[in-house]
Design a protein around this ligand. Structure first.
Ligand code: FAD
Length: 475
């Protein structure tokens, strides 16, 4: 079957990535998004190119995250902040840095083989430099160096952290790994501009899908909002994020899944030097010493995660589907945040706690203040394992794809699988894999337009416009 009329419910990173690929191969696509702008669901800031933030997941998930992250960086190169991540194991943590080394070696070897097979995959720098270790002596030496405006190598990236770190609070070595940042506002801007340039893609914004049912021709999809009416689909893609279960329920499908509400916080540290690496302080998830994540943006803004119930997580933030329902129900106070926003009091309290969480290791950071609204949302996790980090897509009915990504890097495998399902596997050999992900409309987006739109999107959502800017070292 070679269906042409494809309807995608949800314009998050999953929906727009599917629309880009299917639009590129000439399908007639209608992308339906309830919000005014695309990619407005839960946030993302980290390219998990090896899964080194997660000590609890297995090697297979880490290797898949590495491969998928490389694809993601090739698809959205304009959204990748090429700055490394430093991983520190606190002295208070039972783990040791050496415990992480076996996996890092494994990842470095896998990356080297991928680059050997296809040099275009070298998006994380030289394979032998995938990670580098820093002992205490070197950190103390770098603490005396001047920060470099545009860092060119691992040592230069390490200087700002070395200058502010409480060296007694962490174990050595520190690990610098080539896991980069992703700017979600730039993904939203670039994908939006490219999709608007595709004549065969129609975007219905501020339009909600309120019903879907199978019919002889495929599916009938009912819409309300800016577009009011019914659309016939030969092929339906459910990319509704944490509301995936609602579309399943419209089609009479039952599936076990979870949704989790989490929040990161926007702080501003005026004294911060121009460019920092991202910094992870490991810790046991869900305890008061849960992982701390310091994600730098331009303009002195820093996004913060603290994997404790008082900061990023909530004691009632994980909900599972129950009984005959496919859609897990989050407590009302989360839905209120998602639909109406935060009270200034809770925003300030949680941001303050996040600052204190990171200031345990970076004492000067205690001077930072609230920089903007939290970056937050609910995300879907298929099945019943809350530690799952890799998932792509399922096809529970003919001509129906249900996207279920957990990390954004899974979108390329997800979209490729959908194309295979649509066209049949026999056509696979006809498609050149490298060509598949070259999207002319995406490549044609002018940096000036992209930068302006990314800033506008950030500002339209109440964030500092500077968070839509790039944050990169020497290219
Ligand atoms: C705090 C936090 C931090 C995170 N950090 C990272 C990170 O650093 N790296 C990473 O890889 N991942 C991260 N994630 C996960 C990441 O945010 C999600 O995996 C990703 O955004 C999911 O994208 P999606 O397109 O599947 O869903 P969504 O972005 O939720 O998109 C679904 C869209 O569907 C629309 N929709 C829903 N129902 C309807 C309907 N009936 N009609 C019309 N439209 C509808 C919604 O409005 C929404 O825009 C983080 C998640 C959270 C919560």
């Amino acid at each position: 079957m070679n269906a042409e009329k494809i309807v995608i419910v949800g314009g998050g990173v999953a929906g727009v990535s599917a629309a880009l690929l299917l639009g590129k191969v000439g399908k007639e696509v209608t992308l339906i998004e309830w919000q005014a702008t695309l990619v407005s669901g839960p946030p993302f800031c980290h390219l998990h190119a090896g899964g080194n933030l997660y000590r609890e997941i297995d090697d297979d998930q880490c290797l898949t995250l590495l491969r998928q992250s490389i694809d993601f960086a090739r698809l959205y190169p304009f959204a990748i902040d090429r700055r490394p991540t430093v991983i520190a194991v606190p002295t208070e943590d039972p783990g040791k840095p050496e415990d992480l080394l076996r996996r890092l070696e494994l990842l470095r070897g896998a990356y080297a083989r991928m680059v050997e097979e296809d040099p275009a995959r070298k998006v994380l720098g030289e394979p032998e430099e995938y990670f580098r270790l820093f002992g205490r002596e070197e950190i103390e030496e770098l603490a005396k160096a001047e920060a470099v405006e545009r860092p060119r190598n691992a040592r230069e990236w390490m200087i700002p952290l070395a200058r502010h770190l409480d060296v007694d609070r962490v174990r050595y070595p520190l690990i610098l790994v080539q896991e980069y940042g992703i700017n979600l506002f730039r993904v939203a801007a670039g994908a939006g501009l490219a999709l608007e340039a595709m004549p065969n893609v129609r975007i219905l914004r501020e339009t909600r899908v309120t019903g879907a049912a199978g019919c002889a021709e495929g599916f009938r999809v009912r819409c309300e909002g800016a577009f009011d009416g019914e659309i016939q689909a030969d092929y339906l893609i459910n990319a509704a994020g944490f509301r995936t279960g609602e579309i399943d329920e419209m089609l009479g499908l039952r599936e076990r899944r979870m949704v989790e509400f989490k929040a990161a916080y926007t702080s501003r540290w005026k004294e911060r030097e121009a460019l920092w690496p991202e910094v992870i302080f490991h810790g046991e998830r869900g305890t008061p010493r849960g992982m701390g994540q310091f994600t730098p943006y331009p303009g002195g803004y820093v996004q913060l995660h603290g994997m404790t119930p008082e900061i990023t997580l909530y004691s009632d933030g994980l909900a599972a589907s129950e009984g005959v329902s496919s859609q897990p129900r989050l407590p009302e106070h989360f839905m209120e945040k998602i639909e109406k926003g935060w009270s200034p009091k809770e925003r300030d309290e949680r941001t303050r706690r996040a600052i204190e969480h990171l200031a345990r290791f970076l004492p000067d950071f205690a001077w930072a203040g609230v920089g903007g609204p939290p970056l937050f949302g609910a995300q879907q996790i298929p099945g019943e394992d809350p530690t799952l980090r890799v998932a792509e897509v399922a096809f529970p009915l003919a001509r129906y794809a249900r996207c279920e990504i957990v990390k954004v890097s899974s979108v390329s495998d997800m979209a490729r699988e959908i194309l295979r399902d649509l066209e049949g596997r026999e056509s696979e050999s006809e498609r050149d894999e490298a060509e598949l992900w070259r999207i002319p409309q995406l490549e044609a987006v002018a940096e000036e337009d992209l930068a302006a739109r990314a800033r506008n999107i950030a500002a339209s959502r109440g964030y500092p416009a500077a968070m839509g800017d790039r944050c990169v070292g020497e290219e």
